[in-house]
Design a protein around this ligand. Structure first.
Ligand SMILES: NC(=O)c1ccc[n+]([C@@H]2O[C@H](COP(=O)([O-])OP(=O)(O)OC[C@H]3O[C@@H](n4cnc5c(N)ncnc54)[C@H](O)[C@@H]3O)[C@@H](O)[C@H]2O)c1
Length: 288
């Protein structure tokens, strides 16, 4: 996977003049210099579009170079192909964004993957999910915090987790586990660095209508069926995220009912798990 080297960048002239876009900071406290991973489609593209509409300079990063370039061209941003699971790619992405934008105010660590399966999911697939859904955030902070901590801020890290990180999910053991890991890491960051100018927030939607729900492997699975129920459009999720960035609430919940489900899970875990198993049996045909 190619990293965001100079060759992968568009010519400076391919970005619109600053004057053709809204003034940065048209919303009070709006982040001016933004990086979004997994921004070639889905939720990441919606975040990139939303922040650009607010006047931000956006670095659009994605595994898929053409998808990143298409979104970057649309919003007047900078495309940066990178695999979020690869530490060298992430280091180069941060260096590139910092150099091009003169700093980073908001990093949206958004790229993630869903692999359908159970305990028999091959170890290599577990490792890929772990790297994309958890280590990507570790790598971002490893290379960004030395630039951010104790410097003039605020510095914002928005980690796209999932309601699956709060509540679990059926049909994908690796997603259920790694999204809990992502949430745990976001919590740890917030608890450890809140007093040093770092604002960490966890975006935890339930279903969102993106390729993740419809691509061949996941389509029709228990995971995608659970997520499809009540699914939002990516732009709706981006709107909730943008509003949340006016404040500092840790959990950003585009589906507000998730807060109540989270309380129920904590208050009566056995009952919660019994309810999840009931849904599982429904997927299996309701015979057990
Ligand atoms: N779609 C949902 O229902 C849903 C619900 C909750 C949380 N999420 C989370 O939201 C985030 C975005 O999900 P989505 O549905 O927009 O995804 P998606 O599958 O639609 O992919 C969006 C983009 O991410 C890119 N991408 C995939 N792996 C990457 C990697 N390793 N490095 C860089 N880019 C990569 C893809 O090329 C694609 O352009 C993920 O973390 C996902 O787990 C999604």
């Amino acid at each position: 996977m190619s990293g965001p080297d100079a060759g992968s960048r568009p010519e400076a002239g391919s970005r619109p003049e600053a004057g053709s876009r809204p003034e940065a900071g048209s919303r009070p406290e709006a982040a001016r210099r933004v990086v979004v991973t997994g921004a070639g489609g889905g939720i990441g593209a919606a975040l990139a579009r939303r922040f650009a509409a607010d006047g931000a300079e956006v670095v659009v990063s994605d595994l898929d170079a053409a998808a990143a370039q298409a979104v970057a061209s649309e919003i007047g941003g900078l495309a940066a192909p990178a695999d979020a699971a690869n530490e060298d790619d992430t280091r180069r992405l941060i260096e590139l964004a910092w150099a091009e934008l003169g700093g980073i105010d908001l990093f949206c660590s958004n790229a993630g993957m869903l692999s359908v399966g159970d305990e028999n999911t091959p170890d290599d697939d577990w490792a890929r999910s772990w790297n994309v859904n958890v280590m990507s955030h570790v790598h971002v902070t490893r290379h960004l915090l030395p630039r951010w901590l104790d410097q003039d801020g605020p510095h914002r890290l928005l980690i796209t987790v999932s309601a699956a990180g709060l509540l679990s999910i059926l049909g994908s053991a690796s997603y259920a586990v790694t999204k809990h890991g992502a949430l745990a890491y976001a919590e740890w960051l917030r608890a450890t660095y809140a007093h040093r100018g770092l604002i960490v927030q966890a975006l935890c939607p339930q279903g969102v209508r993106t390729d993740m729900l419809t691509r061949g492997e996941t389509s029709g699975s228990a995971s995608s069926t659970m997520l499809a129920d009540g699914a939002l459009e990516p732009a709706e999720v981006a709107e909730v995220a943008a509003k949340a960035l006016d404040g500092e609430n840790f959990l950003v919940l585009p589906h507000p009912e998730v807060a109540e489900y989270y309380r129920l899970r904590a208050a009566d875990t056995d009952r919660w798990l019994g309810g999840m198993n009931k849904i599982q049996r429904t997927f299996e045909g309701g015979t057990r």
